[in-house]
Design a protein around this ligand. Structure first.
Ligand code: ATR
Length: 271
């Protein structure tokens, strides 16, 4: 990488950001197209977000991804909000231009592209979605936009009720109650990140017909059960890559091949 006076700066703003894979594959995307650009992580505490946002503008940074805990805050500060980001209520991609700052959400696109590898046709299918946090909003928006029927379970029921009021889904008391009815199961909670997290439901009730997706990008206990039962399954890595590829396209107008970013991440993780 040859940095010079013309290098364009992109980045990721979040707290924490040190373990993020985005710098790994976004920089590979710049290399792939021989662009004079660099993507760096910026660790910014919640109370410093507004100052950092103004700083990015003053410094001439071209674009950033926004992650926890700033995704909602970003919407209020920008000049233009993409309608999908508006509906989801959060932005994960900002583009700085002469006309102003644009906010987009590419998480929902990342989710859709990833889930369609498991299930090409989403319209009309029944889905059990676990979780009602920030990530669930993007997943739910994607599923509803495609015409799925969503059953939503969350540990804190009030949050599930609020989300279903907004997006039109059915709150379930216990995931086990709808297992026989659904084709797709999506974990959008952070449970499973740690090995000793309690299971979200009795995973031994999974059926081989279930498609199972976890937005966490590692083999969670849920995915291990899915594998053992013979269910088609997927972790969150593809969702991460596809959301990043879409951010890259919004910044540069270029479509980086999936194989390029996937290889960069796998080399980083396993070589
Ligand atoms: P994110 O933006 O990643 O979705 P979040 O907004 O903090 O993060 O949401 C975390 C989600 O994981 C919530 O649905 C949370 O459930 P609560 O609303 O009840 O807090 C869920 N979650 C986290 N840990 C969990 C656990 N051990 N069991 C069940 N749900 C859990």
């Amino acid at each position: 990488m040859n940095l010079d006076g013309k290098t364009e700066v992109y980045g990721l703003i979040g707290y924490p950001v040190r373990h993020s894979l985005s710098p790994v594959f976004q920089n590979e995307a710049f290399r792939h197209f021989s662009l004079n650009a660099v993507y760096v992580p910026f660790e910014v505490k919640p109370e410093d977000f507004e100052t950092a946002f103004r700083g990015l503008k003053s410094l001439g940074v071209r674009g950033v991804n926004v992650t926890l805990p700033h995704k909602e805050r970003a919407l209020a500060l920008v000049d233009f909000v993409d309608p999908h980001a508006e509906s989801i209520g959060s932005a994960n991609t900002l583009k700085f231009s002469k006309e102003g700052v644009y906010a987009y959400n590419t998480d929902w696109i990342g989710f859709l592209k990833a889930v369609k590898k498991l299930l090409p046709q989403i319209k009309g299918i029944k889905v059990l979605l676990l979780g009602a946090g920030g990530s669930s909003r993007a997943v739910l928006y994607a599923l509803k936009t495609e015409g799925a029927e969503v059953f939503l379970w969350n540990r804190t029921k009030e949050k599930a009720e609020k989300l279903c009021g907004e997006f039109g889904c059915k709150v379930v008391e216990k995931p086990e109650r709808v297992l026989k009815d659904v084709m797709l199961i999506v974990n959008a909670t952070s449970s499973g990140l740690k090995e000793d997290d309690p299971p979200l439901f009795d995973y031994s009730l999974l059926l081989p017909e279930h498609r199972v997706m976890d937005i966490i990008y590692k083999e969670t206990p849920l995915l291990r059960f899915a594998k053992a039962k013979g269910c088609p399954f997927q972790d969150g890595l593809d969702m991460l890559l596809y959301q990043g590829m879409e951010s890259f396209r919004l910044w540069t107008g270029l479509e980086v091949p999936y194989g390029v970013v996937k290889k960069a991440v796998l080399d980083y993780l396993y070589n």
